[in-house]
Ligand binder design. Structure first.
Ligand code: CTP
Ligand code: MG
Length: 161
């Protein structure tokens, strides 16, 4: 039979606007491989995110930073933490177009996660105004762009005819 080697410990920094699909990507593709998800909405502050990321790497676990991370300044701290722990750091950018993200945001609260408030337009504008495309020059070992493919997870409560 085939024995799969465990993936090496690493850090993945996500980049993407509100409702671009970051958390869904992390849940679907990284959590099953043991990645610890670090998210400011859950942890409260950036300082806590940094602490949780460092702790995961110290424990030998891979970590995914699930924040919007729009600019080099917000990514630098995490690159630093990965470098300090001698693990590779990759960037996965969700390139979801704004109108698609905006649409997902509008329906997310109703269809998938009733506890979540809709993110206001100002948050999309803020992301856009800060946004600078991630590049290897910042210190990433690899930068990967992921195009949005709809999953309609939890959206299938009514049957199509
Ligand atoms: N979604 C989808 N298909 C995908 C990815 C996401 O239909 N391939 C839907 C999710 O079910 C959710 C919405 O799009 O209703 C937003 O996805 P989410 O992962 O929550 O986006 P985030 O980027 O994590 O948003 P935020 O920054 O607000 O946390
Ligand atoms: Mg999210």
């Amino acid at each position: 039979h085939i024995t799969k080697k465990a993936p090496p410990t690493e850090m993945i920094v996500l980049v993407g606007s509100p409702a671009s699909g970051k958390s869904t990507f992390a849940e679907r593709h990284l959590k099953p491989h043991g990645y610890v998800i670090v998210n400011r909405d859950t942890l409260g502050t950036m300082a806590k995110c940094e602490k949780a990321a460092a702790k995961a790497l110290e424990d030998g676990q891979s970590v995914v930073v699930d924040n919007t991370n729009p600019d080099p300044a917000s990514r630098a701290k995490f690159i630093q933490i990965a470098t300090k722990h001698s693990v590779p750091v990759r960037c996965v950018e969700l390139t979801t177009p704004r109108d698609v993200a905006s649409h997902l945001n509008y329906f997310r609260a109703i269809l998938t996660d009733g506890k979540r408030r809709r993110i206001p337009d100002v948050a999309f504008n803020s992301f856009r105004s800060k946004y600078k495309a991630p590049s290897a020059g910042e210190g990433f070992d690899e930068v990967i762009k992921v195009e949005f493919v709809p999953e309609f997870h939890g959206h299938n409560k009514t049957r199509a005819r």
